[in-house]
Design a binder for this molecule. Structure first.
Ligand SMILES: Cc1cc2nc3c(=O)[nH]c(=O)nc-3n(C[C@H](O)[C@H](O)[C@H](O)COP(=O)(O)OP(=O)(O)OC[C@H]3O[C@@H](n4cnc5c(N)ncnc54)[C@H](O)[C@@H]3O)c2cc1C
Length: 494
């Protein structure tokens, strides 16, 4: 008998979503991730949970409606990670005309069938706070509702849920060979040790590596695989409101500027074709300058490339083009050649539809195994068992229980761990009970929790993925954190 029912290559959002879905349906699952969970494209997304407004111009009405339904599900199952936000599009005489924007937004509202988010509206920016940051005297802007998500924590939450439902999640484990017989036989280098794993089915969810994994590891090349790059910059905070601004640049690309970790602004996105090594995706000087110029057309505060604090870039499969749109399930293909073990390939697709994509993918295996029905739409992710409208109450409760927490600290912790905060803070009565502090607020207790429960092994796993505290951590504290983690015995799989 095979060791597992399903082996998954890749611990990005697609891989962990499949792992969660399949483990919850009773399959024996193993996921191998060569680096850290979510370290590639899944921590470089535009962080949006949306229906993709621009898709309306391509008449993708069904896709928009499906994604908006998923948006409501995310709000229900991950209220700590997903936050409703008012998006703002300033109307600009040289770009899409205001009547077209208004019409598109009315349609967008209608396609969100059961949403409880406020509908779109036209606002007079000369008398509205959203106008304060804008450079030109725009007369009108359009506001509409969508959501933002902490993308890398969404990956961790899925991995946690999958593991709690029995999945074996291995980081630092690279699949180097897979032989397809009546079962799959995988060779994995797991933290330096070679191991052979057998599984009845395989999912290739290796993101930008999908084609190279197919060609060199599975030796079953894909017919058509393009890789795209997404690029974003982080600068100081350019506006005071909680809105996300959507600019129509003069080349008709949509540029987003969103509040990022309280003191910063994230500006993106440019999707461009990518040909290099997915392990080293970086932004060119031209791409940085392009985003600065785009922001400078709209915001009063001027930014130069020298103001960029960090660039965030990732690559992934791009399934389909404007002329040849993707299917409703993103880029999932299923191959069940007679007498051979089944193969799922899951490439690209938006964050918003990841749950549905995984559900669809795992359902392809129903003829092969007895498994329980679909379940992920109704089950909260770890820490998400409260209503999103009660997020502030959750923060207040945390501050009552752990009286030493400041408002911002409590808010960050609830955003990260939701109702599971006690697993991090325990019965601490004062901050000193949480041990050493790195930077403004990362405590030894939180580091220990992340190493013992969330697969963190190195400082960057914590500073850039389990949190974004790398933005504010001084170099000396970073070194102290590295020294602390090097001798801490609690890491999973160490
Ligand atoms: C150009 C572009 C634009 C995008 N735009 C949007 C957008 O507007 N909105 C949106 O929601 N999403 C967008 N995304 C998509 C989003 O980034 C991804 O859909 C999502 O993050 C899922 O990624 P993934 O799991 O497929 O890949 P990844 O997160 O890259 O994960 C793949 C993982 O596989 C691992 N791996 C590779 N080879 C092996 C091996 N041999 N053994 C073990 N592990 C291996 C890698 O280390 C990596 O961690 C965009 C992506 C791109 C590229």
């Amino acid at each position: 008998m095979a060791d597992y029912d399903l082996a998954i290559i890749g611990g990005g959002l697609n891989g962990v979503s499949v792992a969660r879905d399949a483990a919850g349906r009773g399959l024996r699952v193993i996921l191998v991730e060569q680096g850290d969970l979510g370290a590639a494209a899944s921590s470089a997304t535009p962080r949006m949970i949306n229906g993709d407004l621009a898709m309306l111009e391509r008449r993708g009405f069904w896709r928009v409606r499906t994604a908006l339904a998923e948006r409501d599900i995310w709000k229900r199952i991950a209220p700590h990670l997903v936050r409703p936000v008012r998006f703002v599009i300033p109307a600009h005489s040289e770009e899409r005309p205001p009547w077209l924007l208004r019409l598109g937004l009315v349609l967008y509202d209608r396609l969100a069938l059961h949403s409880d988010l406020p509908e779109s509206a036209a606002v007079d920016v000369t008398h509205h706070p959203v106008g304060n940051a804008l450079k030109r005297p725009f007369g009108t802007a359009f506001e509409y509702s969508d959501c933002m998500v902490d993308d890398s924590r969404l990956v961790i939450a899925h991995a946690l849920d999958a593991a709690e439902r029995g999945a074996d999640i291995r980081t630092g484990a690279r699949c180097v060979r897979a032989d397809r017989l009546d079962t799959w036989r995988l060779a994995v280098i797991d933290r330096g040790r070679r191991q052979v794993i057998t599984a009845r089915a395989l999912a290739n969810a290796s993101g930008a590596w999908t084609a190279s994994v197919a060609e060199t590891i599975l030796r079953l090349p894909l017919q058509r695989a393009e890789v795209g790059k997404i690029s974003q910059i982080i600068v100081r905070r350019l506006f005071d409101t909680d809105n996300v601004y959507v600019f129509q640049n003069n080349d008709r690309r949509l540029i987003f500027a969103s509040p990022y970790q309280r003191d910063f602004t994230l500006i993106g996105t440019i999707a461009t074709p990518f040909k290099g090594d997915p392990a080293v995706v970086s932004m060119t000087a031209d791409e940085v300058a392009y985003l600065c110029d785009a922001a400078n057309r709209y915001f009063r505060e001027h930014i130069d490339p020298s103001d960029v604090i960090r660039t965030v870039a990732g690559a992934n499969m791009v399934m389909g083009t404007a002329h040849q749109p993707r299917s409703g399930h993103g880029g999932v293909t299923f191959d069940a050649t007679r007498g051979k073990a089944p193969l799922l390939t899951i490439g690209g697709g938006e964050v918003t539809t990841a749950r549905r994509r995984a559900e669809w993918a795992v359902s392809r295996l129903t003829p092969f195994y007895p498994m329980s029905p679909r379940w992920t739409a109704g089950a909260p992710l770890p820490g998400g068992d409260f209503e999103w409208a009660r997020f502030d109450a959750q923060v207040d409760q945390a501050r009552e229980r752990w009286r030493f927490l400041g408002e911002d600290h409590a808010r960050r912790l609830v955003e990260a761990y939701g109702s599971r905060l006690a697993a991090v803070l325990g019965d601490a009565r004062e901050k000193a009970d949480l041990g050493a502090v790195f930077g403004p607020e990362l405590t030894a207790a939180e580091v220990r929790y992340l190493m013992a429960r969330e697969w963190a092994r190195f400082p960057d796993d914590i500073l850039w993925r389990r949190s974004k505290l790398g933005l504010t951590m001084p170099p000396a504290d970073r070194e102290a954190l590295a020294a602390f983690m090097a001798v801490e015995p609690g890491a999973i799989g160490r």
